[in-house]
Design a protein around this ligand. Structure first.
Ligand SMILES: Nc1ncnc2c1ncn2[C@@H]1O[C@H](COP(=O)(O)OP(=O)(O)O)[C@@H](O)[C@H]1O
Ligand SMILES: [Mg+2]
Length: 226
């Protein structure tokens, strides 16, 4: 059997103290080269699924493997393993405002690149490139809490994309954007398709799925993949 980039086998997950699981026996796999939209009603478990993929929560039952390696509490305690996972997977939160924490838009982009251990010249080069690409050069010195919602979204996206992760996970990427912003981001995501990259998007927006997805995975209100 060939190895999937991401494989979930019978993964269930319940938040502490919750009787009802938020993920219910989920078995699915994702591969590089595809853009997969996870669709389903509010509360079905999309964000929870992403928490598992990022190693922020661990399956209560079942297994998650990333390129053949099990991701669990034990492996994530190993610093090198956790660092590898964080390099591999770039994540855009549903509420990307909470992702911004530095003093300026340009620092927001440079920070992640420094964390990757890139040489200073490469940090500078990519920071300039992504400031330009996301039309942020004019506000590069502004504090992230002083910019508009759309600008915050673009800053968060630039910071994630500048790291050029192999796996891009976006939770409701169109939320908080006006119509122009949504159209722009939809086109941008279309352009991200690559053989070398896996893109996962949680959305309840069928138009977005129709525009960008190679494949749609549906979840239901019983927290299952259907
Ligand atoms: N921190 C939490 N503690 C307890 N229950 C939670 C928590 N976060 C989410 N849930 C519950 O888990 C289920 C799945 O939520 P979530 O993954 O956020 O769904 P979605 O992203 O599809 O809207 C919901 O029933 C939600 O109420
Ligand atoms: Mg969600």
């Amino acid at each position: 059997m060939s190895q999937h980039t991401i494989q979930l086998d019978h993964v269930s997950f319940a938040y502490a103290g919750e009787a009802v699981p938020s993920l219910n026996d989920v078995t699915t796999a994702f591969d590089k080269g595809e853009c997969v939209c996870i669709e389903g009603p509010n509360g079905c478990g999309k964000s929870t699924l992403f928490r598992i993929l990022l190693g922020l929560s661990y399956p209560t039952r079942g297994t998650y493997t990333l390129e053949g390696e099990t991701v669990d509490a034990k492996s994530m305690k190993e610093e090198a393993f956790a660092a590898k996972l964080h390099r591999k997977i770039g994540f855009l939160f549903q509420n990307s405002e909470v992702q911004l924490f530095t003093g300026s838009v340009e620092e927001e982009i440079a920070f992640g690149l420094e964390q990757l251990g890139l040489p200073e010249s490469e940090v500078d080069r990519r920071t300039e490139e992504y400031l330009r690409m996301f039309d942020l050069a004019a506000i590069r010195h502004k504090a992230p809490f002083n910019i508009s919602g759309g600008e915050k979204k673009r800053t968060a996206l630039a910071a994630v994309f500048a790291m050029e992760p192999e796996i891009l996970v976006m939770d409701e990427p169109l939320s908080g954007l006006d119509e122009d912003g949504q159209a722009w981001l939809t086109d941008f995501i279309k352009g991200l398709h690559s053989k070398e990259r896996l893109i996962l998007i949680a959305t309840h927006n069928r138009e977005l799925s129709a525009a960008v997805a190679d494949r749609v995975v549906r979840m239901d209100k019983n927290h299952r993949v259907i």
